[in-house]
Design a protein around this ligand. Structure first.
Ligand code: SIN
Length: 492
């Protein structure tokens, strides 16, 4: 398949954006590490490699700033976040270039991520004013009960590499809205965007020490050190289930409130009565947003027999039409995957599925080009015992199998330890609701391939996690309920 080289003007503009990154707000460190462009395997940045002891220094600064921030008014916190929103949008070009260079997503998706990320900040600017309390009389009428939502305290926020900006702001913004300070650890594959976001936040009026960013290659040292410190009251993590499980064990020691957004194995179900074009369009979005590198990506596609041939034909044509190449080319709509490990994993999953009987409809391999690329790939008739049916694919590979009855597909869809997302395509309203209710997932897209929405409670059940991000629920993750009672006495 052909490969699209970068446009000279976009490359130069993105180089300028990378050169503008200031590390002045980061703590110094004895060692550094390099950030690599997955499209070219070239070094595009060098950052301090913070130690666990640096993380404690950051926590001490955040803790001091957080004590003051917790006492600020909701209005001040809201206004500050509105100012951050404006600052992020003002710098959208720089941010989009940096996201796309360090993560590899096409520039249009880089811009979409900037808006999505900034929208979280604006959403929580608005939610900051709406923290719900409660006034209640005791049943005997002899006491008044007052319930308020107080900031939970210092938050440790661990963000993944696939949305370097959005996953950071959807944690930082509710923490600030609730009145908490935070220590943020971006993924060491994509830390540059978060460094810029922190700087812009301070420029917009966020108190200097309130949002600390720790850039490190020692993720276990970072988490175990901070979670052993009683000043930490909250952890929010997006990443794999095994790491999330370890973090929850560490958090248990000091009873730290945890939000875990973990792995997925999303089923996408297309019934015979679906609108074919709508189903194909939705499936492309559910599979290929961010190059398939999202935890809600359609992982197992179940297509009912009567519509399957037409679906596979239309879906494969769209997959084969993706333009693969460097994100700094305007034509490109599929960039690299994040690293060579991802290329190796995808290669294994495809070869294993084919060896076990799947049919390769398009793609199937890494192109012979520098950078971490994988062709958009469609596998049909994937058997249930293929590794790809049980593994989070996290790349541009679609695994299709066929089914006969509704009962059968619900059983297959739920036959996984994960429960993050699912997608259902049908024009039958009763079926849509019945199937959505029967699926054991935190989120279901009905005739909709896009679940991500700032107003929605994003999160999973079973091994996919606990807690929600976004929506009103996203703010509650950073609040603790406190209750006061007042004894009542007749005074008249
Ligand atoms: C992810 O966590 O991978 C997806 C996040 C999103 O779509 O908002």
């Amino acid at each position: 398949m052909s490969y699209f080289e970068p446009d000279a003007d976009l490359l130069a503009a993105s180089d300028k954006a990378l050169a503008s990154i200031s590390t002045a707000r980061l703590l110094p460190a004895a060692k550094t590490f390099d950030v690599i462009d997955p499209a070219t395997e070239e070094v595009i940045g060098t950052l301090p490699d913070h130690t666990p002891s640096d993380a404690l220094t950051a926590l001490a600064k955040a803790d001091a700033a957080g004590k003051k921030w917790a006492r600020t008014s909701p209005r001040l916190r809201s206004d500050t976040l509105h100012a951050v929103y404006a600052k992020l949008i003002e710098n959208k070009d720089t941010l989009a270039y940096i996201i796309s260079r360090e993560m590899g997503k096409p520039l249009a998706e880089g811009y979409a991520e900037v808006q999505y990320s900034a929208d979280y900040v604006r959403w929580f600017a608005e939610e900051a004013l709406r923290a719900q309390g409660l006034y209640r009389d005791s049943p005997a009428g002899d006491a008044t009960i007052l319930v308020r939502r107080a900031p939970v305290g210092n938050a440790v926020l661990i963000a993944p590499w696939n949305f370097p900006m959005a996953m950071a702001t959807r944690k930082i913004a509710p923490a600030l809205a609730a009145g908490c300070a935070c220590v943020v650890k971006p993924a060491n594959l994509t830390p540059l965007t978060t460094v810029v976001v922190q700087d812009l936040m301070v420029q917009a009026g966020v108190p200097e020490d309130l949002v600390q960013v720790i850039t490190t290659t020692d993720a276990p040292g970072f988490s175990s050190t901070l979670l052993a410190d009683q000043r930490v009251r909250k952890i929010s993590f997006t990443g794999s289930t095994p790491v999330g499980s370890t973090l929850m064990e560490l958090a248990a020691k000091n009873i730290v409130k945890s939000s875990m957004e973990l792995g997925g194995n999303a089923p996408l179900i297309v019934f015979d009565d679906a609108d074919l074009d709508r189903a194909i369009e939705g499936a492309i979005l559910a599979k290929m947003r961010n190059g398939g590198q999202t935890c809600v990506a359609a992982n197992r596609m179940f297509i009912q027999e009567g519509i399957a041939d037409a679906f596979v034909e239309g879906f494969t044509a769209k997959m084969a039409a993706f333009k693969l190449g460097n994100a700094m080319n305007k034509e490109v709509d599929l960039g690299p995957v994040i690293d060579d490990r991802a290329v190796q994993r995808l290669t294994h999953l495809v070869n294993d599925a084919v060896a076990k009987g799947a049919t390769l409809r398009t793609g199937g391999k890494a192109p012979d080009h520098v950078g971490h690329y994988f062709e958009p790939t469609v596998l049909d008739n994937v058997p249930a015992h293929a590794d790809i049916a049980k593994t989070e694919i996290f790349g541009p590979v679609a695994a299709i199998s066929r089914f006969t009855t509704q009962e059968e597909v619900i059983e297959k869809a739920n036959d996984t330890e994960f429960g993050l997302a699912a997608f259902v395509f049908t024009e039958n309203l009763d079926r849509a609701v019945n199937v959505a209710e029967a699926l054991e997932t935190g989120m279901v897209g009905i005739n909709n391939g896009l679940l991500s929405n700032i107003a929605a409670p994003f999160g999973g059940v079973k091994a996919s996690g606990t807690g929600r991000e976004g929506g009103a629920e996203g703010l509650e993750e950073y609040q603790e309920i406190r209750y006061f009672t007042m004894k009542r006495r007749e005074t008249f």
